[in-house]
Design a protein around this ligand. Structure first.
Ligand SMILES: NC(=O)c1ccc[n+]([C@@H]2O[C@H](COP(=O)([O-])OP(=O)(O)OC[C@H]3O[C@@H](n4cnc5c(N)ncnc54)[C@H](OP(=O)(O)O)[C@@H]3O)[C@@H](O)[C@H]2O)c1
Length: 326
Protein backbone atom coordinates (compact mmCIF):
# COMPACT_ATOMS: atom_id res chain seq x y z
CA UNK A 1 0.00 0.00 0.00
CA UNK A 2 1.48 3.35 -1.08
CA UNK A 3 -1.34 5.62 -0.04
CA UNK A 4 -4.04 5.26 2.58
CA UNK A 5 -7.50 5.30 0.97
CA UNK A 6 -9.79 7.26 3.29
CA UNK A 7 -13.57 7.20 3.66
CA UNK A 8 -15.80 9.57 5.61
CA UNK A 9 -18.40 8.02 7.87
CA UNK A 10 -21.13 10.70 7.57
CA UNK A 11 -21.50 14.10 5.98
CA UNK A 12 -20.76 15.93 9.25
CA UNK A 13 -19.88 19.59 9.39
CA UNK A 14 -16.46 18.85 10.88
CA UNK A 15 -15.45 16.91 7.72
CA UNK A 16 -14.67 20.26 6.11
CA UNK A 17 -11.48 20.33 8.19
CA UNK A 18 -10.40 16.75 7.46
CA UNK A 19 -11.00 16.82 3.72
CA UNK A 20 -8.29 19.43 2.96
CA UNK A 21 -5.94 17.68 5.40
CA UNK A 22 -6.35 14.27 3.72
CA UNK A 23 -5.78 15.99 0.37
CA UNK A 24 -2.76 17.92 1.62
CA UNK A 25 -0.97 14.69 2.52
CA UNK A 26 0.76 12.90 -0.35
CA UNK A 27 0.37 9.65 1.58
CA UNK A 28 -3.43 9.59 1.54
CA UNK A 29 -6.37 10.02 -0.78
CA UNK A 30 -10.01 10.65 -0.07
CA UNK A 31 -12.03 8.11 -2.00
CA UNK A 32 -15.47 7.73 -0.42
CA UNK A 33 -18.21 9.21 1.70
CA UNK A 34 -21.10 7.36 3.37
CA UNK A 35 -24.33 8.83 4.65
CA UNK A 36 -27.56 7.46 6.05
CA UNK A 37 -29.07 8.79 2.82
CA UNK A 38 -27.73 7.95 -0.66
CA UNK A 39 -29.02 11.29 -1.92
CA UNK A 40 -27.12 13.20 0.77
CA UNK A 41 -23.96 11.18 0.09
CA UNK A 42 -24.26 11.96 -3.65
CA UNK A 43 -24.77 15.69 -3.23
CA UNK A 44 -21.98 15.86 -0.62
CA UNK A 45 -19.64 13.99 -3.00
CA UNK A 46 -20.53 16.44 -5.81
CA UNK A 47 -19.76 19.39 -3.60
CA UNK A 48 -16.41 18.03 -2.39
CA UNK A 49 -15.34 16.08 -5.47
CA UNK A 50 -15.37 12.61 -3.87
CA UNK A 51 -15.54 9.69 -6.30
CA UNK A 52 -17.41 6.95 -4.38
CA UNK A 53 -20.63 7.26 -2.39
CA UNK A 54 -22.51 4.89 -0.11
CA UNK A 55 -26.08 5.16 1.17
CA UNK A 56 -25.25 3.50 4.48
CA UNK A 57 -22.23 3.35 6.76
CA UNK A 58 -22.26 -0.47 6.61
CA UNK A 59 -22.03 -0.39 2.81
CA UNK A 60 -18.83 1.68 3.00
CA UNK A 61 -17.31 -0.61 5.63
CA UNK A 62 -17.88 -3.75 3.56
CA UNK A 63 -17.02 -2.17 0.19
CA UNK A 64 -13.30 -2.86 0.06
CA UNK A 65 -12.93 0.69 -1.30
CA UNK A 66 -11.08 2.17 1.70
CA UNK A 67 -8.32 1.34 4.18
CA UNK A 68 -9.30 3.83 6.88
CA UNK A 69 -12.37 5.74 7.98
CA UNK A 70 -12.87 9.03 9.74
CA UNK A 71 -15.72 8.69 12.27
CA UNK A 72 -17.40 12.09 12.55
CA UNK A 73 -20.73 10.87 13.85
CA UNK A 74 -22.57 12.28 16.88
CA UNK A 75 -20.88 11.27 20.14
CA UNK A 76 -23.20 8.39 21.05
CA UNK A 77 -22.35 6.60 17.78
CA UNK A 78 -18.54 6.84 17.96
CA UNK A 79 -17.93 3.54 19.72
CA UNK A 80 -20.44 1.48 17.76
CA UNK A 81 -19.06 2.51 14.36
CA UNK A 82 -15.43 2.44 15.44
CA UNK A 83 -15.88 -1.17 16.59
CA UNK A 84 -17.73 -2.08 13.39
CA UNK A 85 -15.03 -0.48 11.24
CA UNK A 86 -12.25 -2.31 13.13
CA UNK A 87 -14.10 -5.60 12.75
CA UNK A 88 -14.38 -4.84 9.02
CA UNK A 89 -10.58 -4.67 8.87
CA UNK A 90 -10.35 -0.88 8.64
CA UNK A 91 -8.20 1.61 10.51
CA UNK A 92 -10.09 4.37 12.36
CA UNK A 93 -9.59 8.01 13.22
CA UNK A 94 -12.49 8.82 15.57
CA UNK A 95 -13.63 12.25 16.74
CA UNK A 96 -13.66 13.40 20.35
CA UNK A 97 -15.13 12.54 22.77
CA UNK A 98 -13.88 9.13 21.71
CA UNK A 99 -16.58 7.29 23.68
CA UNK A 100 -19.10 8.40 26.28
CA UNK A 101 -18.91 5.36 28.55
CA UNK A 102 -16.17 3.12 29.91
CA UNK A 103 -18.06 0.08 28.61
CA UNK A 104 -17.84 1.53 25.09
CA UNK A 105 -14.19 2.42 25.61
CA UNK A 106 -13.37 -1.14 26.63
CA UNK A 107 -15.24 -2.48 23.59
CA UNK A 108 -13.07 -0.32 21.31
CA UNK A 109 -9.88 -1.47 23.05
CA UNK A 110 -10.96 -5.10 22.64
CA UNK A 111 -11.85 -4.60 18.95
CA UNK A 112 -8.50 -2.87 18.34
CA UNK A 113 -6.63 -5.78 19.95
CA UNK A 114 -8.64 -8.41 18.03
CA UNK A 115 -8.34 -6.67 14.67
CA UNK A 116 -4.76 -5.43 14.96
CA UNK A 117 -5.87 -2.25 13.20
CA UNK A 118 -4.90 1.31 14.12
CA UNK A 119 -7.40 3.43 16.02
CA UNK A 120 -6.74 6.94 17.23
CA UNK A 121 -8.60 9.80 18.85
CA UNK A 122 -8.92 12.87 16.59
CA UNK A 123 -7.43 15.50 18.90
CA UNK A 124 -5.96 17.64 16.13
CA UNK A 125 -4.38 20.20 18.49
CA UNK A 126 -2.10 17.51 20.01
CA UNK A 127 -0.27 17.26 16.67
CA UNK A 128 0.29 21.00 16.25
CA UNK A 129 3.82 22.36 16.83
CA UNK A 130 2.48 24.79 19.45
CA UNK A 131 1.32 21.91 21.65
CA UNK A 132 4.56 20.01 21.13
CA UNK A 133 6.47 23.17 22.10
CA UNK A 134 4.48 23.44 25.33
CA UNK A 135 5.40 19.82 26.06
CA UNK A 136 9.11 20.59 25.48
CA UNK A 137 8.96 23.62 27.81
CA UNK A 138 7.31 21.55 30.51
CA UNK A 139 9.60 18.53 30.22
CA UNK A 140 12.79 20.63 29.95
CA UNK A 141 12.04 22.13 33.37
CA UNK A 142 12.05 25.75 32.09
CA UNK A 143 8.79 26.41 33.92
CA UNK A 144 10.05 24.76 37.11
CA UNK A 145 7.59 22.44 38.76
CA UNK A 146 4.13 22.66 37.25
CA UNK A 147 1.77 23.91 39.93
CA UNK A 148 -1.49 24.45 38.04
CA UNK A 149 -2.98 24.02 34.59
CA UNK A 150 -5.93 26.32 34.18
CA UNK A 151 -8.16 26.20 31.13
CA UNK A 152 -11.43 27.47 29.75
CA UNK A 153 -13.36 26.48 26.62
CA UNK A 154 -16.69 28.19 26.06
CA UNK A 155 -19.05 29.07 23.26
CA UNK A 156 -22.70 29.97 23.00
CA UNK A 157 -25.30 27.56 21.67
CA UNK A 158 -28.17 29.59 20.22
CA UNK A 159 -30.20 26.76 18.71
CA UNK A 160 -31.99 24.68 21.34
CA UNK A 161 -32.21 21.80 18.81
CA UNK A 162 -28.40 21.46 18.74
CA UNK A 163 -27.44 17.80 19.37
CA UNK A 164 -24.91 19.01 21.96
CA UNK A 165 -27.91 19.66 24.23
CA UNK A 166 -29.37 16.16 23.79
CA UNK A 167 -28.46 13.72 26.58
CA UNK A 168 -29.17 10.72 24.35
CA UNK A 169 -26.54 11.99 21.86
CA UNK A 170 -23.86 12.29 24.53
CA UNK A 171 -24.45 16.02 24.87
CA UNK A 172 -22.96 18.31 27.50
CA UNK A 173 -20.23 20.94 27.59
CA UNK A 174 -17.70 18.71 29.36
CA UNK A 175 -18.03 15.99 26.70
CA UNK A 176 -18.01 18.52 23.89
CA UNK A 177 -15.26 21.03 24.79
CA UNK A 178 -14.22 20.35 28.38
CA UNK A 179 -12.68 17.13 27.07
CA UNK A 180 -10.01 19.26 25.33
CA UNK A 181 -9.02 20.70 28.70
CA UNK A 182 -8.94 17.26 30.32
CA UNK A 183 -6.65 16.14 27.52
CA UNK A 184 -4.42 19.23 27.75
CA UNK A 185 -3.94 18.87 31.51
CA UNK A 186 -3.22 15.16 31.13
CA UNK A 187 -0.64 15.97 28.43
CA UNK A 188 1.13 18.49 30.69
CA UNK A 189 1.13 16.25 33.76
CA UNK A 190 2.01 13.13 31.78
CA UNK A 191 -0.91 11.02 32.97
CA UNK A 192 -4.37 10.86 34.49
CA UNK A 193 -5.40 12.68 37.67
CA UNK A 194 -5.72 10.86 40.96
CA UNK A 195 -8.70 12.79 42.32
CA UNK A 196 -11.35 15.01 40.75
CA UNK A 197 -14.21 17.22 41.90
CA UNK A 198 -16.74 19.13 39.85
CA UNK A 199 -19.88 21.22 39.65
CA UNK A 200 -22.30 21.53 36.78
CA UNK A 201 -25.15 23.75 35.66
CA UNK A 202 -27.77 21.52 34.10
CA UNK A 203 -29.95 23.01 31.37
CA UNK A 204 -33.59 22.13 30.68
CA UNK A 205 -32.64 19.06 28.60
CA UNK A 206 -30.58 17.69 31.49
CA UNK A 207 -27.07 18.15 30.09
CA UNK A 208 -24.34 20.26 31.67
CA UNK A 209 -24.46 23.59 29.86
CA UNK A 210 -21.63 24.75 32.13
CA UNK A 211 -19.11 22.62 33.99
CA UNK A 212 -16.28 23.50 36.38
CA UNK A 213 -13.84 20.79 37.34
CA UNK A 214 -10.74 20.40 39.47
CA UNK A 215 -8.17 17.63 39.27
CA UNK A 216 -5.11 16.65 41.29
CA UNK A 217 -2.19 14.72 39.76
CA UNK A 218 0.41 12.35 41.25
CA UNK A 219 3.11 15.10 41.15
CA UNK A 220 0.96 17.27 43.42
CA UNK A 221 0.04 19.49 40.46
CA UNK A 222 -3.55 20.71 40.07
CA UNK A 223 -5.84 21.55 37.18
CA UNK A 224 -8.86 23.81 37.07
CA UNK A 225 -11.07 23.66 34.00
CA UNK A 226 -14.34 25.20 32.89
CA UNK A 227 -16.51 24.65 29.85
CA UNK A 228 -19.76 26.29 28.85
CA UNK A 229 -22.40 26.56 26.13
CA UNK A 230 -23.68 29.72 27.81
CA UNK A 231 -20.91 32.21 27.10
CA UNK A 232 -19.12 34.06 24.29
CA UNK A 233 -16.52 32.02 22.44
CA UNK A 234 -13.32 31.68 24.47
CA UNK A 235 -10.56 29.09 24.71
CA UNK A 236 -7.48 29.72 26.82
CA UNK A 237 -4.97 27.69 28.77
CA UNK A 238 -2.33 28.71 31.32
CA UNK A 239 0.44 26.34 32.30
CA UNK A 240 1.71 27.71 35.59
CA UNK A 241 5.04 26.61 37.01
CA UNK A 242 7.29 27.70 39.86
CA UNK A 243 9.60 29.49 37.35
CA UNK A 244 7.09 30.94 34.95
CA UNK A 245 3.76 30.75 33.21
CA UNK A 246 2.84 29.94 29.63
CA UNK A 247 -0.33 31.57 28.39
CA UNK A 248 -2.01 30.12 25.31
CA UNK A 249 -4.63 32.47 23.93
CA UNK A 250 -5.45 29.96 21.18
CA UNK A 251 -4.67 26.51 22.55
CA UNK A 252 -6.89 24.41 20.29
CA UNK A 253 -7.68 26.28 17.06
CA UNK A 254 -6.42 29.38 15.27
CA UNK A 255 -2.89 29.25 16.73
CA UNK A 256 -1.39 31.03 13.71
CA UNK A 257 0.44 33.95 15.33
CA UNK A 258 1.38 35.25 18.73
CA UNK A 259 -0.80 32.74 20.50
CA UNK A 260 1.77 31.69 23.04
CA UNK A 261 3.35 33.93 25.70
CA UNK A 262 5.91 33.19 28.43
CA UNK A 263 5.69 35.15 31.67
CA UNK A 264 8.84 34.51 33.74
CA UNK A 265 8.81 35.00 37.51
CA UNK A 266 10.90 38.12 36.89
CA UNK A 267 11.38 40.13 33.72
CA UNK A 268 9.48 40.89 30.57
CA UNK A 269 6.85 38.71 28.97
CA UNK A 270 8.04 37.04 25.77
CA UNK A 271 5.96 36.06 22.78
CA UNK A 272 7.12 32.65 21.62
CA UNK A 273 7.00 31.86 17.91
CA UNK A 274 6.13 28.35 16.94
CA UNK A 275 6.32 26.75 13.50
CA UNK A 276 3.02 26.65 11.71
CA UNK A 277 1.24 23.64 10.33
CA UNK A 278 -2.19 23.06 8.85
CA UNK A 279 -4.13 22.18 12.00
CA UNK A 280 -5.78 18.93 10.91
CA UNK A 281 -2.86 17.63 8.84
CA UNK A 282 -0.93 16.24 11.83
CA UNK A 283 -3.56 13.70 12.84
CA UNK A 284 -3.88 12.48 9.25
CA UNK A 285 -0.09 12.12 8.84
CA UNK A 286 0.07 10.36 12.22
CA UNK A 287 -2.50 7.79 11.04
CA UNK A 288 -0.74 7.42 7.67
CA UNK A 289 2.59 6.75 9.41
CA UNK A 290 1.00 4.20 11.74
CA UNK A 291 -0.73 2.40 8.84
CA UNK A 292 2.04 2.58 6.24
CA UNK A 293 5.22 2.49 8.36
CA UNK A 294 4.07 0.72 11.54
CA UNK A 295 4.77 3.86 13.60
CA UNK A 296 3.16 4.22 17.03
CA UNK A 297 0.25 6.70 16.99
CA UNK A 298 0.92 9.88 18.99
CA UNK A 299 -2.19 9.38 21.16
CA UNK A 300 -2.29 5.91 22.66
CA UNK A 301 -5.52 4.12 23.51
CA UNK A 302 -4.43 4.19 27.15
CA UNK A 303 -4.22 7.97 26.99
CA UNK A 304 -7.64 8.14 25.34
CA UNK A 305 -9.04 5.76 27.95
CA UNK A 306 -7.79 8.14 30.65
CA UNK A 307 -9.53 11.10 28.95
CA UNK A 308 -12.83 9.24 29.04
CA UNK A 309 -12.21 7.93 32.58
CA UNK A 310 -11.50 11.46 33.83
CA UNK A 311 -14.61 12.94 32.20
CA UNK A 312 -16.67 10.17 33.76
CA UNK A 313 -15.20 10.75 37.18
CA UNK A 314 -15.84 14.50 36.87
CA UNK A 315 -19.50 13.88 36.02
CA UNK A 316 -19.79 11.44 38.93
CA UNK A 317 -18.20 14.03 41.23
CA UNK A 318 -20.60 16.75 40.06
CA UNK A 319 -23.63 14.49 40.54
CA UNK A 320 -22.60 13.30 43.98
CA UNK A 321 -20.93 16.44 45.31
CA UNK A 322 -18.04 14.18 46.38
CA UNK A 323 -14.37 14.18 45.47
CA UNK A 324 -13.75 11.05 43.39
CA UNK A 325 -10.54 9.02 43.42
CA UNK A 326 -9.73 7.50 40.04
N1 LIG B 1 -12.06 18.11 16.19
C1 LIG B 1 -12.81 19.15 15.91
O1 LIG B 1 -12.32 20.23 15.56
C2 LIG B 1 -14.31 19.02 15.98
C3 LIG B 1 -15.11 20.10 15.61
C4 LIG B 1 -16.50 19.92 15.61
C5 LIG B 1 -17.04 18.69 15.98
N2 LIG B 1 -16.23 17.67 16.35
C6 LIG B 1 -16.79 16.36 16.71
O2 LIG B 1 -17.20 15.76 15.48
C7 LIG B 1 -18.41 15.02 15.64
C8 LIG B 1 -19.43 15.56 14.64
O3 LIG B 1 -19.72 16.91 14.96
P1 LIG B 1 -20.41 17.88 13.89
O4 LIG B 1 -20.72 19.14 14.58
O5 LIG B 1 -19.62 17.91 12.63
O6 LIG B 1 -21.78 17.06 13.65
P2 LIG B 1 -22.91 17.22 12.57
O7 LIG B 1 -22.59 18.29 11.58
O8 LIG B 1 -24.18 17.29 13.33
O9 LIG B 1 -22.81 15.84 11.77
C9 LIG B 1 -23.01 14.59 12.34
C10 LIG B 1 -23.34 13.63 11.19
O10 LIG B 1 -23.63 12.39 11.75
C11 LIG B 1 -24.58 11.71 10.94
N3 LIG B 1 -25.61 11.14 11.82
C12 LIG B 1 -25.80 9.82 12.06
N4 LIG B 1 -26.80 9.61 12.90
C13 LIG B 1 -27.28 10.83 13.24
C14 LIG B 1 -28.32 11.25 14.09
N5 LIG B 1 -29.10 10.38 14.76
N6 LIG B 1 -28.54 12.57 14.19
C15 LIG B 1 -27.76 13.46 13.55
N7 LIG B 1 -26.76 13.11 12.72
C16 LIG B 1 -26.51 11.80 12.57
C17 LIG B 1 -25.13 12.72 9.94
O11 LIG B 1 -24.59 12.40 8.68
P3 LIG B 1 -25.43 11.61 7.56
O12 LIG B 1 -26.81 12.16 7.64
O13 LIG B 1 -24.72 11.96 6.33
O14 LIG B 1 -25.39 10.16 7.86
C18 LIG B 1 -24.56 14.05 10.39
O15 LIG B 1 -24.20 14.86 9.30
C19 LIG B 1 -18.79 15.20 17.12
O16 LIG B 1 -18.37 14.06 17.83
C20 LIG B 1 -18.01 16.43 17.58
O17 LIG B 1 -17.67 16.35 18.96
C21 LIG B 1 -14.88 17.83 16.35
Amino acid sequence: MKKVRWGLLSTANVNRHLIPAIRASDRSELVAVASRSQERADSYADKWGISKTFGSYEALLSSGAVDAVYVSLPNHLHAEWTVRALHSGLHVLCEKPFTISMREMDAVVEAAEESGKIVSEAFMYRHHPQTRTVGQWVRSGRLGEISVVRGVFNFKIQDRENVRLAPEFGGGSLWDVGIYLISFAQYVFGGAPTTVSGMQWLGPSGVDESFVGQMSYPSGGLAQISSSFRAPAQAEVDVIGTEGRLHLSRPFVGMETGAFTFYPVEGEAQIIDVPQQQLYLGEVEDMNAAILDGATPLISLQETRDHVRTAHALYAAARSGQTITL
